[in-house]
Design a protein around this ligand. Structure first.
Ligand SMILES: Cc1cc2nc3c(=O)[nH]c(=O)nc-3n(C[C@H](O)[C@H](O)[C@H](O)COP(=O)(O)OP(=O)(O)OC[C@H]3O[C@@H](n4cnc5c(N)ncnc54)[C@H](O)[C@@H]3O)c2cc1C
Length: 504
């Protein structure tokens, strides 16, 4: 189905803007802030401005501060990504990171310092300390500051609880968007749209991602005919706190600062699996945990920080410390129970180095984009930097454009039947299907049966119309799940985070 809802633009209230930015995470905010003041910008987020993955980021931003480290950071990124990355995009990411961090700091964002210098920590896959951070709430510190800055810009109109349904296209060119503002479907008239809509975690039953992560931007772009690739590459973080639903992350920086993984018998085990031990790349650590669970015949896995000097953990990781206390674990005395869950999507909407997609006037940056930076497995703390580097680049590209149109060509779509059934149970069903088929360890058989089950969801739901947000998200989740399973089956060999058990 080309569109998700029935509509006729002649009956919709228009909202004119030069640029529509969809998303209030780091990439959307950074893009909006770097658009020139003479452009009228509309920034929307489907929930509140702070409900997004950026706000949850803990560890920090990976930045190479000198020439020598640029080469090492590039190599670490390529190695973690199984050399499937686009080397030019990686070079751009690493070389332009520092300048964009300076831009962040000019907006008032601050990072932890030691003896007057920015403190650098380490995470898995990094050959040296290069991660700048604000204790363990780096994302919150950045987003709070950027929101303060963006609300002062008179050229940027901000709408919370505004849901992008679809983009309007003609001859592969953007001609506007359908957005639900306060339950009313309206027509945003523009020929520049930036999709900064984040990840897909909520299509799995356990994920570190915020509630907004249903892959909407990717589904919207795909329905419009934009290229979407590498959806099979999904990162499962090894150490979220054991639990259901939205799992609280125990940052990799905890291991970077000396935390150790232990099995049910209390033994450290990562040195058996990888030369970098506890700081091996994430895909390796997540798989090693599953292997260790199997060899122990016991699912219990822990992070141990009890050897830290008293008071050090709570000072360096205050949010994690408090989250553990809340569930009755004192990290200074007890082992922290962890279990891998979905965390990050490497694939997405294919973009070039200016964040342009295959549709004229449609751009994507941040986690929804497939820039080629992350390869088959993302290096830790490379996504906030991707958000600012490509958020800046897309703004710079749009700033140079001379084509801003308010042309109101008519669009309409009337093929869908009214939603006539309860779909909520099937959301859980789809998540269960994705848990079984597209998880850390995959099998062709499970992927094939998932593909068939998703085809049935397609048949049942894609032809139905409703302006209910959770139904529209569900349709997007079906679309994204189909892309993941199809691309996983098309890939001939295991690579990075895509791991077919029977072929090992
Ligand atoms: C717990 C956690 C910890 C992390 N820690 C780190 C870290 O330390 N370092 C690092 O580099 N990365 C980290 N990551 C990854 C990183 O935070 C994300 O990849 C990155 O922040 C994504 O930014 P974004 O702007 O692309 O998307 P998000 O920040 O997720 O923002 C997406 C925005 O799009 C909006 N949106 C989505 N769909 C629609 C729609 N249909 N209509 C309107 N609006 C819509 C949402 O409302 C939201 O505002 C972490 C991720 C998580 C979950």
């Amino acid at each position: 189905m080309r569109y998700c809802v029935n509509f006729d633009t002649r009956n919709l209230q228009p909202v004119e803007t030069d640029v529509l930015v969809v998303g209030s995470g780091i990439s959307g905010l950074f893009a909006a802030l770097n658009l020139k003041n003479s452009l009228k910008v509309t920034l929307i987020s489907k929930e509140g401005m702070t409900t997004n993955n950026s706000y949850l980021a803990q560890g920090g931003i990976a930045i190479a501060f000198d020439e020598e480290d640029i080469a090492r950071h590039i190599e670490d990124t390529l190695k973690a990504g199984s050399y499937y990355n686009d080397p030019t995009a990686v070079k751009v990411l690493v070389e332009e990171g520092r300048r964009n961090v300076e831009r962040l700091m000019n907006y008032g964002v601050t990072f932890d310092q030691v003896n007057g210098r920015i403190d650098l920590t380490r995470e898995g896959g990094h050959s040296t300390n290069r991660i700048i951070h604000k204790k363990d709430y780096t994302g919150k510190a950045i987003i709070d500051q950027l929101i303060q800055t963006v609300t002062q810009r008179s050229n940027i109109d901000i709408y919370e609880n505004a849901f992008l349904v679809d983009v309007l296209t003609r001859e592969d060119k953007i001609q506007g968007a359908l957005v639900i503002f306060d339950q009313e479907l309206r027509w945003v008239v523009t020929n520049h749209i930036v999709l900064a809509t984040g990840g897909i975690g909520r299509i799995f039953s356990r994920s570190t991602n915020s509630s907004i992560s249903t892959g909407d931007g990717i589904a919207v772009a795909h329905r419009a005919g934009a290229r979407v690739e590498d959806m099979e590459f999904i990162q499962f973080h090894p150490t979220p706190l054991k639990g259901e639903g939205e799992t609280f992350l125990i940052s990799e920086a905890v291991r970077g600062e000396g935390g150790r993984l232990r099995n049910a018998a209390g033994e450290t085990f990562m040195d058996k699996y990888h030369p970098l031990g506890d700081l091996a790349p994430r895909d390796v650590v997540s798989r090693s945990i599953l292997m260790e669970q199997e060899s122990q015949g016991n699912d219990d896995i822990f992070i141990d920080v009890t050897h830290f000097e008293k008071g050090v953990f709570s000072k360096r990781f205050p949010s994690i410390y408090q989250a553990c206390l809340k569930v009755g674990i004192d990290p200074e005395k007890n082992l922290i129970p962890v279990s891998p869950s979905e965390h990050y999507l490497m694939g997405g909407i294919v973009t070039d180095l200016c964040a342009k997609t295959s549709i004229k006037g449609l751009y994507s940056c941040g986690e929804s984009a497939r820039t080629g930076v992350q390869g088959a497995n993302r290096l830790a703390s490379n996504s906030l930097s991707e958000g600012i580097v490509f958020g800046y680049r897309v703004a710079r590209f749009i700033n140079q454009s001379t084509e801003f149109t308010t042309s109101r060509d008519h669009h309409g779509y009337h093929r869908l039947k009214e939603l006539d059934r309860d779909f909520k149970g099937d959301i859980a069903g789809l998540k269960g299907l994705m848990d079984q088929s597209a998880n850390i360890l995959r099998s062709r058989e499970r992927l094939k049966s998932a593909k068939e089950a998703i085809r049935q969801y397609d048949e049942t739901y894609l032809g139905l119309h409703s302006l209910d947000r959770s139904f529209l998200e569900f349709k997007n989740m079906i679309e994204v799940s189909r892309l993941i399973v199809t691309m996983a089956l098309e890939r001939k060999e295991s690579l990075g985070s895509h791991y077919i058990e029977e072929e090992q």
